[in-house]
Design a protein around this ligand. Structure first.
Ligand code: 9YT
Length: 136
């Protein structure tokens, strides 16, 4: 059993900051659950552009309001508590935080720990998953 509290993650190596967000990574790859689980705050008034080329992500809003914009189809959706979106096609997208947003996110495959967005809006692939299979 793993029991971990948000307060254990804040101000620890599990708390990772980007320019528009802070994320408390409550489950990571080395917990061996097959996904990672994050409690992420996006700062009010920010826009974050992302494209998780190497991951599937689901995001569940538990506080705040904003707007999600698909950069594939140009669709827009209001974000409010109780809204979930899943990037099942690795869709490039923007998240507009009208107020501070608090989002619970899962990543498959799990993040390993310290990833921050590259210039392309992605997190790098897990090198262990991309390693060539040895044929010996
Ligand atoms: C909504 C969102 O920003 N998802 C990405 C997760 C978070 N930024 C993190 O843990 O890196």
């Amino acid at each position: 059993m793993i029991v971990r509290r948000l307060n254990d993650c804040i101000a620890s190596e599990r708390e990772v900051k980007g320019p528009t967000w802070v994320s408390r990574r409550m489950l990571l790859k080395n917990d061996r659950m097959g996904f990672s689980l994050h409690d992420t705050i996006l700062y009010a008034g920010t826009v974050t552009e992302m494209e998780y080329k190497h991951h599937l992500e689901s995001v569940y809003c538990i506080d705040g309001t904003g707007e999600l914009e698909s950069l594939v189809t140009d669709e827009r959706w209001a974000i409010e508590p109780g809204t979930m979106y899943a990037l099942n096609k690795h869709d490039r997208h923007r998240l507009h935080a009208h107020t501070e947003l608090r989002m619970v996110c899962t990543f498959n495959p799990p993040l390993t720990g310290l990833e921050i967005h590259g210039p392309d809006g992605a997190y790098p692939a897990d090198p262990e998953l991309d390693a060539p299979v040895s044929k010996g």
